[in-house]
Design a protein. Structure first.
Length: 220
């Protein structure tokens, strides 16, 4: 995925479209698509109601013409690169490390329609030009990247577990983790502890690792 400060150019694959609320206005479409090399025919935006063109702003792979489709039920036939509003900041996306049972913190999962855009930002790739969607027992729920080839997956199975071969792609929380100095009396202030479910993601963000792929839980 290519980016300007304000927009993202998505791959030209069948069904590819901007995530909800990430569509550009017609005015912004001309500016951003032109920055990506798109062209206007007779200085005009191609505006219409097509079934095979990505909804909203896109650039045709056949000549680079800029299109704006008003048909929200259309399906990209694979010959159009959607031009979308970019995520406000790449820091919105967190790629967790490999590890068994590694998952996003509760309410920090990307929905399916935002998974591709988010995963592309952190090195994910589309296998065969498509997002791989399924209901697997050994894949973490939500958006993730497979270690073998960086293929972007989306699992719909809420109780799925990570077998250690997938890196979850998560929404970074507003509350950032802080690693305190190692000292005898060092501890979190009341109300600032992470829950067990949040511990792995929070600790991984500050350099922590899983021992043998597992979180060490005990009463010491």
């Amino acid at each position: 995925m290519t980016e300007t400060p304000d927009a993202s150019l998505l791959p030209n694959t069948p069904g590819m479209k901007c995530a909800p609320s990430y569509d550009l206005t017609q005015e912004d479409c001309i500016r951003e698509a032109t920055a990506f090399g798109g062209t206007l025919f007779n200085d005009k935006l191609a505006l219409g109601y097509w079934r095979n063109v990505a909804f909203g702003c896109s650039i045709s792979t056949r000549g680079g013409r800029i299109f704006y489709n008003l048909n929200f039920r259309s399906v990209n036939d694979g010959t159009y690169n959607p031009v979308c509003r970019a995520l406000e900041n790449e820091r919105e996306v967190t790629l967790l490390p490999l590890g068994k049972d590694m998952t996003c913190m509760p309410e920090h999962d990307f929905p399916e329609d935002e998974c591709v855009a988010a995963a592309l930002l952190v090195g994910g790739e589309l296998r065969g030009g498509r997002l791989i969607v399924g209901d697997w027992p050994n894949t973490p729920f939500g958006c993730s990247i497979e270690a073998s080839d960086n293929a972007i997956h989306f699992s719909t199975r809420i109780d799925g577990y990570n077998d250690g071969y997938f890196q979850p792609v998560c929404i970074r929380g507003e509350d950032q983790a802080t690693l305190l100095p190692s000292s005898e009396f060092s501890k979190c202030t009341p109300g600032h502890d992470f829950s067990k479910d949040e511990c792995i993601s929070a600790a991984a963000s500050v350099g922590g690792k899983l021992r043998n792929g597992k979180l060490i839980v005990g009463e010491w």
